[in-house]
Design a protein around this ligand. Structure first.
Ligand SMILES: NC(=O)c1ccc[n+]([C@@H]2O[C@H](COP(=O)([O-])OP(=O)(O)OC[C@H]3O[C@@H](n4cnc5c(N)ncnc54)[C@H](O)[C@@H]3O)[C@@H](O)[C@H]2O)c1
Length: 341
């Protein structure tokens, strides 16, 4: 029996992880601890087996709330909770430092206090900065941390605190660093859901700069399976890069989606580039492939087809996520309002 304490499990990747684990590992019980920020959405958790899934509304930077929710016998804390949108961090970094750094430290302290055997930190390839365009260079686990935007800097700082807890107190920790995820239930401000939700309504699609920035895309469930593998078999104190060897230029991603939907490329609308926009991310996943015997299941084509189908069939989810109406759902479901943060 695995008893997992998942943070950020109402968000995009966290909810995919919770769904996958409950569906595939019948011996798994999950406490899902989430502050329900604008990115957290209880719609993402509908239909789950409530006998093995306990949702707790709480903030990872709140020590008391974390300790109250962390049950005896928990096998691992898996920390997905984060402020995750680069553009928002450029507008204001404060919440990013609070949740991503301070919140991670609170969880590390709680893991020590409650003797939780393993701590899994979900990090990002963005902590390693930007790679040169058109060069045969890849991020490896030994790449230096060189974050370029406030979001990435806060995630890099969190990694340092995780490593410090491992070296100082002997806490059993593992860190995963993944590239860009795509799939169902991603908040519509992010790149692929924004393209899809705008294209489905024949609205123009904003594209930063020349659109030649390269990202390394992975289907969200493939990422989640890799996280489970790292939790089960990863070596304590180590980092695992996760990627599907799937580099794409942003402009090509937009065109692929427009083509799949039968929409004209004229919907693309170039806008002023993001400040300090990283040019290229590309991950060498040899370690997780070789040491932990992990491979992605989806190809870019099959993953994109599933993603497009999900957004096309879930217009109501998009509308609710955009309008914030899921807050009303929360009040109905739990009888209290979500506190403003
Ligand atoms: N999306 C990607 O492509 C990607 C790639 C690599 C790594 N990651 C990392 O994966 C994790 C999940 O990303 P995502 O895309 O699902 O993010 P998301 O923004 O969709 O979800 C984040 C979740 O965390 C919750 N949260 C935020 N602040 C909180 C707090 N203080 N306490 C408790 N919960 C809080 C939100 O309510 C939300 O449910 C993040 O740590 C992110 O850095 C994401």
């Amino acid at each position: 029996m695995h008893k997992l304490f998942i943070t950020g499990g109402a968000g995009f990747i966290g909810s995919a992880f919770v769904r996958l684990i409950l569906a595939e590992i019948s011996s798994c019980e999950i406490t899902n601890f989430d502050a329900l920020t604008y990115a957290g959405n209880l719609d993402n958790l509908q239909g789950l087996d409530e006998s093995r899934h306990r949702f707790v509304h709480g903030d990872i930077a709140d020590r008391e709330a974390v300790l109250n929710a962390l049950e005896e016998g928990t096998d691992a804390i898996i920390n997905f909770a984060a402020e995750s949108h680069v553009d928002r961090s450029i507008a204001s970094a404060h919440e990013f430092l609070r949740t991503n750094i301070l919140g991670t430290q609170v969880l590390l302290d709680a893991a020590r206090e409650r003797h939780v055997p393993r701590f899994v930190q979900i990090s990002t390839d963005e902590v390693m900065g930007s790679l040169p365009e058109d060069e045969n260079a890849f991020f490896t686990e030994d790449s230096p941390l060189a974050p370029n935007n406030p979001y990435a800097a806060s995630k890099a700082a969190a990694e340092h605190m995780v490593n410090a807890a491992h070296h100082t107190y002997g806490l059993d920790t593992v860190i995963t660093r993944c590239g860009n995820n795509y799939g169902p239930r991603q908040f519509p401000e992010k790149f692929i859901p924004l393209i899809l939700s705008n294209a489905l309504e024949d609205q123009s699609i904003p594209l930063y700069g020349d659109g030649r920035n390269v990202r390394d895309w992975i289907y969200v469930e493939d990422h989640c399976r890799a996280i489970m593998r790292v939790f089960e078999r990863g070596r304590s104190g180590e980092v695992y890069n996760i990627g599907a060897r799937n580099e794409r230029r942003n402009i090509d991603v937009v065109k692929a989606i427009l083509d799949a939907l039968g929409k004209p490329h004229e919907l693309i609308h170039h806008v002023k580039d993001r400040l300090g926009h990283d040019r290229r991310y590309a991950i060498d996943p040899s370690k997780v492939e070789g040491d932990l015997d992990w491979q992605p299941v989806e190809t870019w084509e099959s993953g994109l087809e599933k993603t497009i189908r999900w957004y096309a069939e879930n217009g109501a989810w998009i509308q609710r996520a955009r309008s914030g109406a899921y807050r009303d759902y929360y009040t109905r479901q739990y009888g209290t309002e979500i506190s403003a943060r």
